[in-house]
Every structure is written in structure tokens, then in C-alpha cells.
Design a protein around this ligand. Structure first.
Ligand SMILES: CC(C)(COP(=O)(O)OP(=O)(O)OC[C@H]1O[C@@H](n2cnc3c(N)ncnc32)[C@H](O)[C@@H]1OP(=O)(O)O)[C@@H](O)C(=O)NCCC(=O)NCCS
Length: 272
């Protein structure tokens, strides 16, 4: 059984509060943050990286400011285990939007996470027909007429799942999006089926889940390989005390444990 910890932070107050802890970022992260043109994008970036560093420090010894990273051949960041030998097999992936940032952590397996927030996209059917698997384009077309809320929701769900899956492979755009397909069947939580002829590990070993966050404004998906099953634990960082994320869909043998709220992950610092 693979355990996955999913940290999700949303809401302007929470993101600004996280982003204020820029002191834990390294020189490279600060330089990247400085290159964003808008304050909103800087806040998003800093909030995601501050959250990641504190989330990692809940799992292993280094303090938030002491984590060091390196990038794989396709740009995927990983923990630099030479600089952080106590990290063990800790793996992560992160995603940021202006309204929500999140990161997913495992001990062992590669993980992918993606967040997308609702936005008006008129040409979802064209994008799906061009880039998605044929059955996914058909499912979006069947969900509702172009421009309808149902079609937009179907597109966003598939888009988020596909990105999480691509990110779990660490390949980014190099992987292509048409060679594998997700199918969602039944009422929420829908069952997710993955078809991917060349998947290694095989498609049946992938555990994926799709959450609706912030009353359905944002969608978060995660994908991990786990032959016998996966258990996701959601840790929520938000000033919004009313809205719980909803499980929209998951693969078989995939469980979502009750969500926990973290008042302020940056304080007090983890005692180790
Ligand atoms: C980076 C990429 C993998 C995801 O980008 P994105 O969805 O725009 O942005 P997200 O916020 O979800 O993720 C960005 C983070 O992913 C991580 N990342 C970068 N390259 C990665 C890779 N090859 N594999 C996994 N994660 C990667 C980084 O942590 C990055 O954040 P950082 O630069 O602040 O450290 C993108 O280059 C990509 O290839 N996307 C997938 C293909 C696509 O176009 N899908 C469209 C519709 S399905």
C-alpha cells in the first residue's frame, strides 16, 4: 500500500501568508520568484515553494531552508540526496495556480500532481480533438455542447488527470497526451480507468484521484504507481473553514482518508 500526502493551500490570505516566508527559499528560487512580472504570480510561486519545503520537513530531518533540489533530464525537480542524505526515498511533485497551490509527497514511488482552476476556455473541444486521446475528446463532446459548463468540467477533469499522470512520469511535454486515455464512469466519486498500452508500470498499477476544491472552483489530481493500492491523506491549508474538498473520482484500490486542517505549517518550526 502506497501512502501519499497531499498538501493543498488555497485562498488569498493563506497564499500571501505562505509567500511571506520567502526567507526559507534558496537563491535559485528567489531569483525565479523575482522574474515573475506580476505580484500574483510571485505570490503563487513563493507560496508553493514555501509550502513544499515545510511539507518535506514534516517527513524528514532537514529544516525548511535546508532542502536542496536538482532537476532531472526533463526538468522534473527532485530532492538532491547528496546534499540531503537524510531524505531517504522521499519524493514530491508540486503544482501552482494563482488561486491554489499544492504538493504531493511519497516515500518511494514517483508522484505527479496537478491543479487547475476554472477559467473560460471556448475551444476545449478543439484542444481535446487535437491533443487528447480520441475517447477523451468524445467524452467531452458527449458531456455538453461547446461552451457549456458540463463540457468545461469534463475537459478540466481530464486535463488535470492527464497532467498529473504526465508529471508522475517526469517527462513533461515530451510524453505526448494522445497515447493514453482516462475514462470517468458513474456518479461522484466516479471510477477512473486508465488506458495506456505502453505504460511502464502497466496501466492497472496506477492509482489516481481527482478532487474538487474550493466549492468546485479548482480541480486537483494526483497519480502514483502502487500495484496493491494507494491511500491519500489530504492536509488542508486555508482560512476557509467551511469547504471540504470533494472526491470527484478515483481508480480502484484508491482511498482518500478524512482531510485534516493545518492552521499554519510555518509555525512553529518542526522540532527535530
Ligand atoms: C512543467 C509541466 C510538466 C507542468 O506545468 P504546468 O501544469 O504548467 O504547471 P504546474 O504548476 O502544474 O507544475 C509546475 C511544476 O512541476 C514541476 N515540474 C517541472 N518539470 C516537470 C517534469 N518534467 N515532470 C514533473 N514535474 C515537473 C516543477 O516543480 C514545476 O514548478 P516549479 O518550476 O515552480 O518548480 C509542463 O511543462 C508540462 O509538460 N505539462 C504537461 C503537458 C501539457 O501541456 N498538458 C496540457 C493539457 S493535459
Amino acid at each position: 500500500m502506497q501512502d501519499v500526502t497531499l498538501h493543498i493551500a488555497w485562498g488569498a490570505t493563506t497564499l500571501a501568508r505562505l509567500a511571506a516566508h520567502i526567507d526559507v527559499l534558496d537563491a535559485d528560487e528567489r531569483a525565479r520568484a523575482a522574474r515573475f512580472r506580476t505580484q500574483a504570480d510571485r505570490t503563487m510561486y513563493c507560496a508553493a515553494h514555501v509550502l513544499l519545503r515545510h511539507a518535506l520537513s514534516r517527513e524528514a530531518a532537514p529544516a525548511p531552508a535546508h532542502w536542496r533540489f536538482r532537476r532531472g533530464p526533463h526538468g522534473r525537480p527532485e530532492i538532491d540526496t547528496n546534499a540531503c542524505p537524510h531524505a531517504g526515498a522521499l519524493r514530491f511533485n508540486l503544482s501552482h495556480t494563482r488561486a491554489l497551490v499544492c504538493c504531493a509527497l511519497t516515500h518511494g514511488e514517483s508522484i505527479g500532481v496537478d491543479a487547475e482552476c476554472r477559467r473560460a476556455l471556448r475551444d476545449t473541444q478543439d484542444i481535446a480533438a487535437r491533443f487528447f486521446a480520441a475517447e477523451e475528446a468524445s467524452a467531452i463532446a458527449a458531456a455538453g455542447p461547446p461552451g457549456s459548463a458540463a463540457a468545461a468540467q469534463a475537459f478540466q477533469s481530464l486535463w488535470t488527470l492527464k497532467e498529473a499522470y504526465v508529471k508522475a512520469h517526469g517527462l513533461g511535454l515530451a510524453m505526448g497526451l494522445a497515447g493514453f486515455g482516462f475514462q470517468l464512469t458513474g456518479a461522484a466519486p466516479a471510477q477512473i480507468r486508465l488506458r495506456h498500452a505502453q505504460a511502464a508500470p502497466p496501466a492497472a498499477h496506477w492509482r489516481c484521484l481527482l478532487l474538487q476544491v474550493d466549492g468546485g472552483q479548482c480541480t486537483v489530481a494526483a497519480a502514483v504507481t502502487a500495484a496493491t493500492g494507494a491511500r491519500f491523506r489530504a492536509l488542508l491549508h486555508t482560512a476557509d473553514t467551511t469547504l471540504e474538498p470533494e472526491l470527484a473520482a478515483c481508480t480502484p484500490a484508491t482511498a482518500l482518508l478524512p482531510a485534516q486542517r493545518i492552521a499554519d505549517i510555518t509555525s512553529p518550526p518542526p522540532a527535530r
